[in-house]
Structure formats: C-alpha cells, structure tokens
Design a protein around this ligand. Sequence first.
Ligand SMILES: Nc1ncnc2c1ncn2[C@@H]1O[C@H](COP(=O)(O)OP(=O)(O)OP(=O)(O)O)[C@@H](O)[C@H]1O
Ligand SMILES: [Mg+2]
Length: 270
Amino acid sequence: MVTSKELIEAIEYIKKFRGQVFIVKFSGEIVGDDKVLDSAARDLILLNEMGIHLVVMHGAGNLISSNMKKFGLKPRFVKGERVTDEKTLNIVIGCLQHVNDRIVGKINKYNKRAIGVTGVFVAKKRKSLGLVGNIEEINTEFLHSIIEKGHIPVILPIGEDKEGNSLNINADIAAGELAKVLNATKLIILTNVDGILNKNGKLIKTLNISEAKKLIKSEEITGGMIPKLDACIKALSRGVKRAHIIKASEHAILGEILTKEGTGTMIVGG
Ligand SMILES: Nc1ncnc2c1ncn2[C@@H]1O[C@H](COP(=O)(O)OP(=O)(O)OP(=O)(O)O)[C@@H](O)[C@H]1O
Ligand SMILES: [Mg+2]
C-alpha cells in the first residue's frame, strides 16, 4: 500500500522528470520471468504516460550461451564481452530478436507504444573478439523522432559496419553510448543481482566516478559487471546525471525512480 507521503514524493519526481530522456537496459533474463517482465512493461507505460521519454535496450546473455551449447559451441568472454564468430553471431541475432519481440509484445499488451528497433548503430569491427563492434555513430535523429511522438524504442544491440555487415555489441556499452548521445538524465540497468557487491558480497549503495574506476582496477568487479560499470562511468562523464544498477524484480523501475530510497547501486557524476 502506497502511503500519502510516498505519493507526494512521487508527484515531485514526476514533475521533475517530465520531458527528460531515460535509458533502461534489461538483461535478457527478463523474458524468463513473466511476472517481472509484466511489471516492467507496466512501469514503462506509466512513466511514458507521465511524459518521460524512454529508450529501452536489452541483452540476451543466458539465452545465447545456452543456445550456443546446444550447437556444440563454447561461450567465451573477455572482460564480460562475448567472443563472437560467425556461427555465434547468427545465434546472437536470433536470441536478441526473440527477447526483443517478447519485450515489445508485453509493453504493447498494455498500450501500443513500443517499437522494436534495429539498424541505429554504425559500428567498426574491433581488432579482437571476432565479429564484435565499437559504436561509431548512432542515428539519433531517428530515435528522437520516435520518442518525441511518445513511442518507446526497444533496441537490439547489433551494429552494422560501413559495408552493411552485422557486428555484435555488448548491450551495456550500447546503453551507455545511447545515454550520452541522447542527453539522457538517467541510465537504469536492470540485471540479475541486487547491484554492485563489494568483496564481502555486500551491496554498495552509492558510488562516485573515481570510486567506480577503483572498483574495476582492483578487480572487485568481474565478468558482465565490467561493461556495465564502464558504461555508467562513460555516460556520467558526459553529462548523464545518475546511473542505477538494480535487480530486475517486480516494479523495480518505478521504485527506483519515484522514491528517495533506491534499491540497488546508484552511481553519480562529479
Ligand atoms: N562486484 C560484483 N557485483 C555484482 N555482480 C558482479 C560483480 N562482479 C561480477 N558480477 C557478475 O555480473 C553479472 C551480471 O552481468 P551479466 O552479463 O551476467 O548479466 P546482464 O548483463 O544483466 O544480462 P545480459 O548479458 O543478458 O544483458 C552478475 O550476475 C554477477 O555474476
Ligand atoms: Mg551482460
């Protein structure tokens, strides 16, 4: 039950955030839990109704790894990013499309606002990791035209190089880049853990940029958390006000945005 104090607090946030751009990144695991996916879709629709411009990005990590294993391929990661050969890339694209369809379908069940989007990243192949790209350009004009009409783009982390070849892009890195070029005020990353944990397994509630950099350097952060924190640091260094890493639980997005007491890790600029 929401108290009147919480409601008043929420209204203040709604007034403050109207017209701003928020980037929300989902782990691919969101499609494995219908209750959480359903509540996330309802949260997004509510924020959209409040006039917040939402841009959704997602991964498909676990689904890709389990499908690779079915085809006899061994998932390999370097600092949280997937080594991608041609067979792997086909699996990556198929899994991402599946996750994208599920997220779009769920949002549109409540209000036909979501649009599945691909083709917005121009990427350049890295020297390492195979068919993995660095984002060189983002079609911001197209994305602005979608959000300004009150729609919610749900974006696949696949880029195309200048010759039109597809390249795999880590979804956290893509979300960070989107936050920068769309002048987002918030980057919200939903994942499968409570937030950033310290070496004793305790949740770190707030971090500034230099503390975040230290955590990466000291290797307290490993695997899939590295691109997340990297993306947050880069976005905050370029004007994004707050980044949040939170667990994808029921109504986690609303709870994080509309109350003083957040649930996960908040990373602040400056
Ligand atoms: N210090 C840390 N605190 C919290 N999680 C950490 C830490 N170091 C490493 N991790 C790992 O990062 C993982 C989250 O990244 P992961 O890439 O697995 O998921 P995701 O990015 O949310 O999903 P997807 O890849 O589908 O987009 C956690 O499950 C955890 O194992
Ligand atoms: Mg990941």
